[in-house]
Ligand binder design. Structure first.
Ligand SMILES: Nc1ncnc2c1ncn2[C@@H]1O[C@H](COP(=O)(O)OP(=O)(O)OP(=O)(O)O)[C@@H](O)[C@H]1O
Length: 260
């Protein structure tokens, strides 16, 4: 069986020119993400995780190297709506109901009304928010709002999901629950997911592949193929196999960390 590449970065570099001189947000980053992979990016603040995700999304332009998404340039991939993007904060419009927030990208893309309705129903069921369509964002908990923003990113059924620390602002129990749900959703939809996190347990629990990054210049310091089985109840986090992977991630982080 051949594995198809969803995202391919080759010697990707991005230097920002700032008043304090150049900032090497990414330098010579090469990585293959296969279709159906769940890849986490972990590393200290400023190591280029968000910049890397934004390059995949064509929201930043690399200054060197290349990035391909689904075999075409990031720009073409953006135009063909190859991905959904989930931000750290849900970013729902407060004056729109949950249903109308999810509807927005579908309206922009010009889907017929009946198709919009069908898709909204389907994705709200996927994230366990059936029945909340008519609520406003402020009537939902933080975790529910984040699920609604995931539904919005899923609405047009892109096969890639880019997620930038989507659960960073949530308390640990809610986060555990959303981690479990996201894993189920991933298994059900077979999407390719690129996921930024600061949490070692979250990275190990969710991923097929963990990319450890380090700063100044932003680069990849380790890529760990996660040996854990696909079926992952939350208590897998207490197993030796889990702790072994977490240990390797921690070592990678420590190696690339400076305490200035
Ligand atoms: N638009 C910009 N202009 C100038 N510098 C930038 C810009 N965006 C990011 N940077 C710098 O690039 C580096 C990488 O930033 P990036 O946000 O990708 O890191 P990160 O790993 O996602 O950090 P965090 O974990 O804090 O979100 C940082 O030094 C940051 O200050």
């Amino acid at each position: 069986m051949t594995t198809e590449t969803a995202i391919k970065a080759e010697n990707l570099s991005l230097t920002f020119q700032t008043n304090d001189g150049p900032v090497h947000a990414l330098k010579d980053v090469s990585l293959d993400i296969n279709k159906g992979d769940f890849v986490s990016f972990i590393g200290p603040s400023g190591c280029g995780k968000t910049t890397f995700l934004r390059c995949m999304a064509d929201l930043e332009q690399p200054t060197g190297g290349s990035i391909m998404v689904n075999g075409v340039s990031a720009r073409e991939a953006r135009k063909s709506r190859a991905y959904g993007y989930v931000f750290q904060h849900a970013g729902l419009y407060p004056w729109r109901t949950i249903g109308r927030n999810v509807r927005l990208p579908l309206e922009i893309m010009g889907y017929p009304k009946a198709e919009q309705d069908a898709r909204i129903k389907k994705v709200l069921e996927l994230v366990d928010l059936a029945g909340f369509e008519k609520k406003f964002p402020w009537q939902l908990s933080g975790g529910m709002q984040q699920r609604a923003s995931i539904a919005r990113a899923l609405a047009f059924d892109a096969d890639i999901l880019l997620m930038d620390e989507p659960f960073g602002a949530l308390d640990e129990i809610v986060r555990d629950h959303l981690n479990e749900q996201l894993l189920k959703l991933w298994a059900k939809t077979q999407k390719t997911i690129a996921f930024v996190t600061h949490s070692i347990p979250e990275a190990v629990y969710l991923s097929t592949k963990i990319v450890v990054m380090s700063p100044r210049p932003g680069r990849i310091s380790d890529v760990i193929e996660n040996p854990l089985p696909a079926d992952r109840p939350l208590d897998i986090r207490d197993t030796q196999a889990f702790l072994d992977v977490a240990h390797r991630v921690r070592e990678g982080l420590r190696a690339g960390h400076s305490y200035d």
